[in-house]
Design a binder for this molecule. Structure first.
Ligand code: ADP
Length: 439
């Protein structure tokens, strides 16, 4: 108000001075204020125009330089715009953060409008359904996802459960499947979530196969034992015959026992924490122990033995779990004994590796394995020669255990074999688990 008063006073004074200069001495007292007011109106108009031009230009951060009332208006408007701008920027940033969080999700997210057209989708949804996140905006989802199951799901309109459709790799992988579910929100809009359930399906199918295999493996000796029990109950057998049957029953019971032991070993391997680099074991001692067990096995197995030779580099320590390493090394040696004919050669021992690690290697001169079987050998219950495996008390789980143990120690199982010549199985351990004992 004070500024305004001074403005008016200054204009009045200017008008009066102008009138005096023009010689309008007498009328100066009336004309002066009139001229002053006129000037003020023109000047005010100029300033108002400046303000409206500035507002229209939307360059809120470049305000016109004005004083007085208009200066005040400009400053207040500029601050209000700044506040609004900051709030809008803040909202935009939060929206972008939110969208990038949804982008990072492994689950697919699609926002659909009231007509079922795509408003926004993340990358995972595009991968699951083969969409283009930019090009397919505003397209009807029913036109893009052509699965009959999805069409029926949308037509039914009951979204309380999910629907399964073929995954993008269905042509190559029969288990490739995507689970989709709609969720209503807002005013007739829908959120469509997709989830790749291929791994889940695979795990389920593996679990089913595993249970079927275990049941089959247990059932076979059990059926045999039951048969013998019935025979013993129903027939009058001589003592020699009875002893023979009981011996056969004992063998079947032992087979079931080995199976249970191997299953428990596998489940322990899966459930226990990884072996630390805390306990250092003498490599030579482990080798001596498994070789002596293998010689004992070779002696009781058949009519004659294999030649078990130790070829090893000495003087290493290994960081790992004794029980697991002995089990894995023992499995390789017992396989060599079981699959190598009497008189054949078996060589076992540690070999140093170029990368600073070492490998426990078992070579045999047995029948060898055809190349097509090699990639599947470590699968549970996979056997090349089923009857030989059974005859020699195999469970089909030995190499699965070896692979697991090697991986838990940061290493791997490597297999090389030539049909008719023999095989080489090696547990490679990394350099960080190995140290040389000072001489
Ligand atoms: P199994 O208890 O049947 O021996 P493994 O998992 O130890 O099960 O081995 C899987 C299969 O690999 C065996 O059934 C056998 O066919 C083959 N195999 C393993 N070791 C040898 C070997 N040294 N020589 C030939 N075949 C082998």
């Amino acid at each position: 108000m004070i500024t305004r008063f001074f403005e008016l006073a200054a204009l009045g004074l200017g008008g009066w001075a102008l009138a005096r200069l023009l010689g309008l001495v007498d009328g100066a007292t009336i004309i002066g204020p009139l001229v002053g007011i006129g000037c003020w109106v023109i000047w005010d108009g100029v300033r108002a125009t400046k303000v409206t031009t500035w507002l229209q230009s939307r360059r809120y951060n470049q305000p016109p330089k004005l004083y007085g009332v208009w200066g005040d208006v400009v400053e207040r408007s500029r601050k209000a715009f700044r506040r609004l701008q900051r709030r809008a920027q803040d909202r935009q940033r939060r929206l972008e953060e939110f969208l990038s969080a949804i982008q990072a999700s492994p689950n697919g997210v699609i926002l659909l409008d009231e007509l079922g057209r795509i408003e926004w989708s993340n990358q995972a949804a595009s991968d699951h359904l083969g969409l283009d996140p930019r090009r397919d905006v505003r397209q009807y989802i029913r036109n893009l996802v052509r699965s009959p199951a999805f069409a029926a799901y949308v037509a039914k309109g009951d979204f309380s459960e999910s629907v399964l459709i073929e995954g993008p790799n269905a042509a190559l992988d029969a288990l490739s499947e995507i689970s989709m579910q709609m969720h209503a929100y807002g005013d007739g809009r829908h959120l469509l979530l997709s989830n790749d359930v291929t791994a889940l399906k695979r795990a389920e199918s593996m679990r089913r196969d595993f249970v079927a295999n275990v049941s089959h493996e247990i059932r076979t000796p059990l059926t045999v034992i039951r048969g013998f029990v019935e025979t013993l109950q129903s027939l009058q057998l001589s003592e020699v015959e009875q002893r023979h049957y009981l011996e056969l029953m004992g063998q079947q019971a032992a087979r079931m026992d080995s199976l249970v032991v191997d299953l428990l070993t596998l489940s322990r391997l899966e459930g226990s924490p990884l072996p630390t680099v805390g306990e250092w074991l003498e490599a030579d001692q482990l080798c001596t122990q498994v070789v002596s067990d293998a010689r004992a096995l070779s002696a009781v197995m058949g009519e004659g033995e294999q030649n078990i030779l130790v070829e090893t580099v000495s003087g290493y320590r290994i960081a790992g779990l004794r029980s697991e390493l002995l089990s894995a090394m023992g499995n390789l040696l017992s396989n060599a004994v079981r699959y190598t004919p009497v008189g054949g050669d078996i060589r076992a021992g540690w070999r140093s590796l170029p990368d600073g690690g070492i490998a426990f290697v078992v070579q045999d001169t047995g029948g060898g394995i055809a190349p097509e079987h090699l990639p599947r050998l470590t699968e549970r219950f996979y056997r090349v020669d089923r009857s030989r495996s059974r005859e020699t008390g195999g469970t089909g789980l030995g190499l699965a255990i070896v692979k697991h143990v090697a991986q838990r120690h940061g290493g791997e199982l490597r297999i090389e074999s030539t049909l008719g010549k023999g095989s080489e199985f090696a547990i490679h351990l990394p350099a960080r688990r190995v140290k040389k004992i000072p001489a």
